[in-house]
Write a protein that binds this ligand. Sequence first.
Ligand code: ZN
Length: 312
Amino acid sequence: MRTILFLNPVFKQMVWGGNQLGDKFGYAIPGDDTGECWGVSAHPNGKSIVREGLFKDKTLSQLWRENPELFGNIDLQYFPLLTKIIDAKGDCSVQVHPGDEYAREHENGSLGKTECWYIIDCEEDAAIVLGHNARSKEELTSMIEQKKWNDLIREVIVKPGDFIQVDSGMVHAIRGGMMVLETQQNSDITYRVYDYGRKIDGKERELHIKQSIDVITVPAPSVEESVKSTVHMPKNRMNELISCHSYVVWKLDITEKLTFEQSHPFMIMSVIEGEGEIDGHKIKKGDHFILPDGYGHVDLQGDMVIIASSVK
Ligand code: ZN
């Protein structure tokens, strides 16, 4: 259908959140501890609502149920993806997500979670947690039980423009001082491995040690397999960053114009830098929208960076 579903984002306040979503993206944030902007979400914990046009005021989850033709009539109970912009002023807890099979069995038939990050901005020498140093499940278990966190956790230095694939089973954490666009499976199942001993209102947050040991992949995939720089990718074309069982993600770095056919069941787009036009509609940094199934010819122009995603 030849309509663009522009969506209003939902904000989440977090212990590690900051004010960059207001200062850098111009959103009306609810406080100086705003950690996440859910740009495209049909999750019950934060529902995107259509901003204008034919489907104004409908939620994305409602459209998924009532107008499945907008999304290629995919045979799934839920809209499969969730797109967030994250402002981590402080460190996020070290966590791991189950795969689909483990989640189905242990989490009431829920989906597992694979996610990926595009680093929008970060401080010099900023590091993420990605993977671990244990060589066997026994070593992993004993390092966790003995709380040898510094030996266990693998840190990786990142730069703006880096793209990181975080498969289910991969230990990970975003650290303080970075903004990230996250594309993920629409699931909220997270096992907390370690929280730096932080206390919130006098109490440490619950850890999920047994489940974590169950699902952590050993040995961890290599850093080279998981991290790629996108800064030298060509401009004015669709650069595929990843294609996996959960999603396909592209980076579009537009300095003049880009045209293509939207032939996927749907295409999510988030403008993370600059401004321009899509088929005569003005768009700017912070806008999130979906091009439905059968949208056809797309004409983008301006000076902007877009992260796009779909399913295979
Ligand atoms: Zn995660």
